[in-house]
Design a binder for this molecule. Structure first.
Ligand code: NCD
Length: 311
């Protein structure tokens, strides 16, 4: 059986720690002049992106190339998908080409799970609809650990459009596994049904949460997924849930500010905050490559595959 990474819930504490430790070793390689390892030479990684992406797509491509894998980038635009080819037929094509791993981003929640049933290789979920984005959660945990020295016991506020955010869901799952305390801060209209069952707290006001937070993770307001009005105006949203200089000053001295990108500067975060010394936004991108190298390595390098639950 081949391992997959479909959900942050696939990882127990040991698995997640192994990914973070392996990522730290990969980061050491990324700091060298020659950034390549021969580990995945002769293996094929397909990036299958049905939804727009900058960071995640480039990051997976860089990660696979640094491990010397052959990389095939497949975008829905300009492929037979625009002629109506189904995910299953595309999967069978990839299968016929001998893909060892398929990294998939798809607007439909659950698409990576379906794909895992149709291909022989490992499937990595790079974001499915409003559902999950496990490698983002891993790179966020890695960033917390490298800035603050640990994840266990950290108080993390995740703020904004939780309803449409796969980043929030994967982070809540992974952070709970790693022992952090998560508080979701959002207007009631931007919280999903069933959030009470998540391993996190909920707050509707931002200011009272900030004084005790070690980490504030701002989420992008996902207008492209909004088919109705979830708040009165952009101005009103920023006033209540945006992170600006005044609010940042309420944070403890050591606290960091995160954002998965892409940012709506001026909406959920002001440029002053995004570009401040507390912001880890650029570091998150750098760490993403190391974390994705670790995931591909652990899934594809034979012996350590048991690190992940069987798909
Ligand atoms: C996120 C995504 O696509 O889910 N971005 C990312 O992967 N860096 C978050 C977002 O789009 O807001």
């Amino acid at each position: 059986m081949i391992g997959h990474l479909l959900s942050a819930a696939d990882l127990d504490r040991d698995d997640a720690t192994l990914v973070l430790d392996t990522a730290a070793q990969m980061a050491a390689v990324s700091g060298r002049e020659v950034k390549k390892l021969p580990t995945l030479r002769g293996r094929t990684v397909v990036n299958l992106f049905y939804e727009d992406s900058t960071r995640t797509r480039i990051s997976f491509e860089a990660a696979a190339k640094r491990l010397s894998a052959d990389v095939i980038n497949f975008g829905a635009k300009g492929s037979s998908v625009s002629k109506g080819e189904s995910l299953k037929d595309t999967a069978l094509t990839l299968q016929a080409m001998g893909a060892d791993a398929v990294v998939i981003r798809h607007p439909a929640s659950g698409a990576p799970h379906r794909l895992a049933a149709w291909v022989a290789g490992s499937v990595v979920n790079a974001g499915d609809g409003t559902h999950e984005h496990p490698t983002q959660a891993l790179l966020d945990a890695y960033t917390m650990r490298s800035r603050l020295g640990r994840v266990d016991g950290l108080r993390v506020a995740i703020v904004g459009d939780v309803l449409h955010s796969r980043v929030a869901r994967s982070n809540v799952l992974l952070l709970a596994t790693l022992g952090a305390q998560v508080t979701l801060v959002a207007p009631p209209t931007l919280l999903p049904v069933g959030v009470d069952a998540w391993p996190s707290e909920v707050a509707y006001e931002l200011d009272p949460v900030l004084g005790k937070a070690d980490v504030v993770m701002m989420l992008r307001v996902q207008r492209e997924r909004m088919n109705q009005s979830f708040f009165p105006s952009a101005r009103e949203y920023s006033r209540r849930y945006g992170l600006d200089g005044r609010r940042m000053a309420l944070l403890p001295e050591h606290a960091i500010v995160m954002h998965p990108g892409p940012m709506n500067r001026g909406m959920e975060i002001t440029p002053q905050v995004a570009d401040s010394a507390r912001s880890t936004i650029v570091e998150q991108v750098t760490n993403g490559v190391s974390v994705r190298m670790a995931v591909l390595y652990l899934l594809l390098s034979g012996g350590t595959k048991e690190a992940f639950r069987e798909g």
